[in-house]
Design a protein around this ligand. Structure first.
Ligand SMILES: [Ca+2]
Length: 179
C-alpha cells in the first residue's frame, strides 16, 4: 500500500514539472488541448481562444529584424504576449507539442531607452518581473535589446543579431483583443 502511494506522488510531481511555464500555469492535460486552425488566416492558428499566432518551426531561425520581416510577409508582426495564460499556452505548444527546444523572438524591445521595454507595435509597456521574466532578467544591458521567450517559459533579453525561432501575430482578425 505504501509503495502505491509513493508511485502516485512521484507521478504527480512529474506532471507539475512538465506543465509549468515559468510561473504561468494552465491546464495540466496537454493531450486534451487543441489549437484551432480555422479562425485565423494561414499560416496562423488560434491560441488561447484570443490570439492568432504563427510559430516558426524546425530549421527556421532568424535574427530579430529578419524575423520581423518574415512576419510581414504573412501580413503580421512579431507577437505581443501580454497575458500570463497565453504565455503558458505558447510555451506548452512550443516545448511539449512541437518539441522545439530553444528561444523565440517576440515583439518587445528596449532599444530606444535601455531598461524601458515596450512592444514595438503598440509602444505600450511589456509586463516586467515575475511571472513573465526569468528572475534576474533582463540582464543584458545595452547588448541585449530584444525580447524572447526562453525555453524555460520566461521572457529574457537577447542580442538582436542572434538567430532564434520566432512567433508572429496576425492582428487583422483578433487584433482588438490583444494588439
Ligand atoms: Ca537592453
Amino acid at each position: 500500500m505504501k509503495a502505491i502511494v509513493v508511485v502516485a506522488a512521484v507521478a504527480l510531481v512529474v506532471v507539475l514539472v512538465v506543465t509549468v511555464a515559468g510561473d504561468c500555469t494552465w491546464s495540466q492535460d496537454i493531450t486534451s488541448r487543441s489549437w484551432d486552425e480555422s479562425v485565423c488566416p494561414e499560416p496562423y492558428i488560434l491560441i488561447g481562444n484570443t490570439t492568432c499566432l504563427y510559430i516558426s518551426q524546425w530549421g527556421v531561425v532568424r535574427n530579430w529584424s529578419a524575423a520581423q520581416t518574415y512576419c510581414s510577409v504573412y501580413e503580421g508582426e512579431l507577437a505581443v504576449i501580454n497575458d500570463c495564460a497565453l504565455l503558458g499556452e505558447v510555451w506548452t505548444l512550443t516545448q511539449h507539442v512541437l518539441n522545439l527546444t530553444g528561444n523565440f523572438w517576440v515583439g518587445g524591445s528596449d532599444a530606444e531607452a535601455e531598461g524601458s521595454w515596450v512592444w514595438e507595435r503598440t509602444v505600450k509597456s511589456v509586463p516586467m518581473g515575475v511571472p513573465f521574466w526569468l528572475p534576474g532578467h533582463p540582464d543584458g544591458d545595452t547588448h541585449e535589446n530584444k525580447l524572447m521567450i526562453a525555453d524555460n517559459g520566461y521572457f529574457t533579453d537577447g542580442n538582436q543579431t542572434e538567430e532564434h525561432y520566432f512567433i508572429c501575430q496576425d492582428f487583422s482578425t483578433l487584433g482588438s483583443i490583444t494588439g
